[in-house]
Design a protein around this ligand. Structure first.
Ligand code: ATP
Length: 266
């Protein structure tokens, strides 16, 4: 299979309201992406250049992809998503061609967002001395440097391992906005659970506040798993069950292995 076949425009249907917490990150993303589109004249007048790209970093399962998708939906931008490991590791030798193709498509579809998930895969490939790894980095830098003149293409990248990202990628004019996406605190967990529960048939005894408290240290993805698992537990009890109860949630959350370790949290 060719790497290129996987590059296609997506129409994400994620809205800000689907995301629990992350208010300040959402605000910063809006500024970064909407201002240059809506207030280009002001930037020119003030003599400042808008930020060109954003690096989102933080522990896994904590809404980086969700934020990128919601940004595209809510600002009406076209969205191209690329997974680092696929682009940088799987198709050795094809990466440069694929990169050119991605940026070409993005320019064609402008205003648009290119989202590089797991961008650290490039550093991993280079670290392992993958053939042509340096050339791939160079061509990514070239493409990104070419963007400002092209207008309307925003690059977003995400990683769990910011410490291994090549610093050249984060220089001014490239991924020059670096945003930490934190794991959900109590209020955000409560909101994420609320969003999930709203789609589920739950019994009256379900205690949202209690569940938010019991899930300290859980990622957003793990909270979603708890809800799914609770539903399956309920069905296990009775295949025709009407509602999911508090005890199902409490049993479910005990079975989740947490992935966020203290080192990942800033
Ligand atoms: P990774 O680093 O593993 O790629 P990520 O930070 O990109 O993870 P997402 O893919 O955005 O994480 O989140 C995974 C899933 O977890 C989402 O599809 C969603 O179901 C749920 N989720 C995560 N964070 C939130 C949130 N803040 N609100 C609602 N759902 C969330």
């Amino acid at each position: 299979p060719s790497a290129m076949r996987e590059i296609s425009l997506e129409m994400p249907k994620v809205h800000w309201s689907d995301i629990g917490g992350q208010e300040s990150t959402i605000q910063r993303l809006k500024e970064t992406v909407e201002w240059p589109l809506q207030h280009k004249k002001t930037f020119d007048k003030l003599g400042i250049t808008p930020p060109s790209g954003v690096l989102l970093y933080g522990p896994p399962g904590c809404s980086k992809t969700l934020l990128a998708k919601a940004l595209a939906t809510e600002t009406g931008l076209n969205f191209l998503a690329v997974k680092g490991p696929e682009l940088f590791n799987k198709y050795v030798g094809e990466s440069e061609k694929a990169l050119r193709e991605i940026f070409r498509k993005a320019r064609q579809a402008a205003p648009s967002i290119i989202f590089f998930d797991e961008i650290d895969a490039l550093s991993v490939a280079r670290g392992e001395g993958e053939a042509g790894g340096d050339r791939v980095l160079t061509s990514l830098l070239n493409e990104m440097d070419g963007i400002e003149s092209l207008n309307g293409v925003v690059v977003l990248a995400a990683t769990n391992r910011p410490e291994i990202i090549d610093s050249a990628l984060m220089r001014s004019g490239r991924l020059d906005r670096i945003i930490y996406v934190r794991p959900p605190g109590y209020e955000a967990r409560r909101q994420i659970l609320l969003i999930q529960l709203a789609k589920m048939a739950t019994a009256d005894d379900v205690d949202l506040d209690g569940l938010a408290e019991l899930t300290d240290g859980f990622s957003g993805a793990e909270l979603v798993s708890v809800c799914q698992e609770a539903g399956l537990l309920a069905m296990n009890e009775d295949a025709d069950i009407e509602y999911i109860s508090q005890k199902h949630f409490e049993t479910a959350l005990k079975g989740i292995r947490k992935t966020i370790t203290p080192e990942m949290v800033k």
